[in-house]
Design a protein around this ligand. Sequence first.
Ligand code: IPD
Length: 272
Amino acid sequence: MSNVDEYYTEILRLVKQAGSIVREKIYQHKDVLTKSCDVDLVTEWDQKVEKLLIDGISSRYPDHRFIGEESTSSGQKIELTNAPTWIIDPIDGTMNFVHGLPYICISVALLINKITEIGIVYNPILEQLFTARKGQGAFLNGAPIHVSNEKELHKALVMLETGTSRDPEKLKIVLQNITLLLPHVHGIRSFGAAALNMCMVALGGVDASIEFGIHAWDVAAGDLIVREAGGVSIDPAGGPFDVMSRRTLCASSMELAQQLSKILIQYYPVRD
Ligand code: IPD
């Protein structure tokens, strides 16, 4: 058993344990706090799930590092080094969780030497476990998945999130992008959990997913799952994907990704 095999077994066990908490709490009353603005939400369960995952890994692998949504929410700059680093979103789709909308997931990626080795996205409400290991394909509940292979923009179903920022400049660009894209595609969807949106591309349920302003924890696992499912994950301006850039465009084919990138008005948030 390689080290990564062992890490994978351990994180799957912890993610399933965390999933039981999320499943139990989703339809109960929650106290809700806000972070960067009034619609950037957090609950005690986001914090508890993140702690469970970090404590579980660090007790076995004390030299591993973490970039977790809730442990970095106090605003300190995050740093990605070559050390084995777990990038964690304990509940992606916190607003859905608060409302009891079962489109939420736990998203965890392991990067070693800045290369993603493991990606796990788990929706414990709908029992959808998306997994990928570098070079070994992508799976939903153990069965292989593949992107749609769609290449034509006018047949594409596209996920485009508005995000949680209410910065007027960003909102203006998001709305312009919806107006620009809509006449050229089959449709636009916005379900509220970036990691799951990427898994929907991996599954072939949508053909692309785009967002400006997400963080590393929203996209690190989804990036590997999409690529292992035969799709592409790039920067929305057409260059290589950068997990710290807070910009994502993934698609069923490079042809589709490049057509989308040519239409989009670009937005460059402050990097993670
Ligand atoms: C959010 C979700 C949402 C996206 C936001 C993210 P969180 O993550 O992924 O879909 O639009 O940009 O912040 O805060 O629920 O983990």
